[in-house]
Every structure is written in structure tokens, then in C-alpha cells.
Design a protein around this ligand. Structure first.
Ligand code: RTP
Length: 155
């Protein structure tokens, strides 16, 4: 079980400025916690526009890129790293489809968002982006490895 813990998958999750301003931090953190995922890093930061452009570099050709980067850098963002089996893919499932008009009720975006430009949360879309995004937002020493007592009941 110790070896198992060392290999556990991690993903980068961020509550965007709209989610923070709307008071949805505890609601969102709670959904990941209750599922059984483990929080290994968390901080509240206002990213610069340059930083937002780095985060969204894959989207730089898209017409909404500039507005999206202005939005992400407009206020505090809650940056987190969550750990657990299948957390990258299942985290996206908890979040729901990118466009809140298409996300199912019961998902974070389905329950709390209405338009794609204000969809309150970001989650890494695969193992490579998870690795890159964690490295962009956090220093290695900010990632806390620990064994939670609940783990033996989850795995
Ligand atoms: P995210 O990266 O934020 O989790 O979102 P995603 O993978 O589900 O969606 P992606 O296509 O990577 O888009 C990133 C963010 O860009 C904003 N967006 N705006 N048509 C638009 O105005 C538009 N399309 C996408 C959304 O905030 C989306 O989360």
C-alpha cells in the first residue's frame, strides 16, 4: 500500500475568479474530498496576464484567448493539486462539460454555471497537461505527500 501511494495520479484543478467571487470554494473542495480524493497542494493567487497566457498557451490561436486570459488574471484563483486513482479523468467528470449549457446537473458546471466564459473551474485534460500545469502553478516543495487515515477505506 505504501508503494501504491507513491504512484498515485495527480491533477491540477483551479477555481477561476468567478467561482471564488461567488463563494463556491468550499462547495467545490467538498465534492473532491467527499469522492475520496486527497488534497496535496492549495493556494489562492492572482495570476498575472502573462501567467494566464502560459497556462492557456494551447489556446493562443482561439478568438477568445485574450478575453480568457484577462478573465483568469482578473482576481484570485484557487489553485489546487488533487491526488487519487483516476483523478484526472474523474475530476473532469465531477467538473462537467466545458459549456455549462451542456454539462449535466450534478456536475460542478452543471449545478453552478450558465455560460462557457464563466464556467468557474479548470481541470487538467490528461496526464501530460496535468504534469505541465502542476509544474507551472506549484513549486515541488508546495506539494505535500502524506498518508491519510481514510485511504485504507477508499483503496
Ligand atoms: P478548462 O481547460 O478551463 O478546464 O476547460 P476545458 O478544457 O473544458 O475547455 P478548453 O477548450 O480547454 O477551454 C478552456 C477555457 O476557455 C474558455 N472558453 N471560452 N467560446 C468561448 O468563449 C470559450 N470556449 C472556451 C472556457 O472558460 C474554458 O474552460
Amino acid at each position: 500500500q505504501e508503494a501504491h501511494a507513491a504512484e498515485m495520479e495527480r491533477t491540477f484543478i483551479a477555481i477561476k475568479p468567478d467561482g471564488v467571487q461567488r463563494g463556491l470554494i468550499s462547495e467545490i473542495v467538498s465534492r473532491f474530498e467527499r469522492k475520496g480524493y486527497k488534497l496535496v497542494a492549495i493556494k489562492l493567487i492572482v495570476p498575472s496576464k502573462e501567467f494566464a497566457q502560459k497556462h492557456y498557451h494551447d489556446l493562443k490561436e482561439r478568438p477568445f484567448f485574450n478575453g480568457l486570459c484577462d478573465f483568469l488574471s482578473s482576481g484570485p484563483v484557487l489553485a489546487m493539486v488533487w491526488e487519487g486513482e483516476g483523478v484526472i479523468k474523474y475530476g473532469r467528470k465531477l467538473i462537467g462539460a466545458t459549456d455549462p449549457q451542456k454539462s449535466e446537473p450534478g456536475t460542478i458546471r452543471g449545478d453552478f454555471a450558465v455560460v462557457v466564459g464563466r464556467n468557474i473551474i479548470h481541470g487538467s485534460d490528461g496526464p501530460e497537461t496535468a504534469k505541465d500545469e502542476i509544474a507551472l502553478w506549484f513549486e515541488p516543495k508546495e506539494l505535500v505527500s502524506y498518508t491519510s487515515n481514510a485511504e485504507k477505506w477508499i483503496y
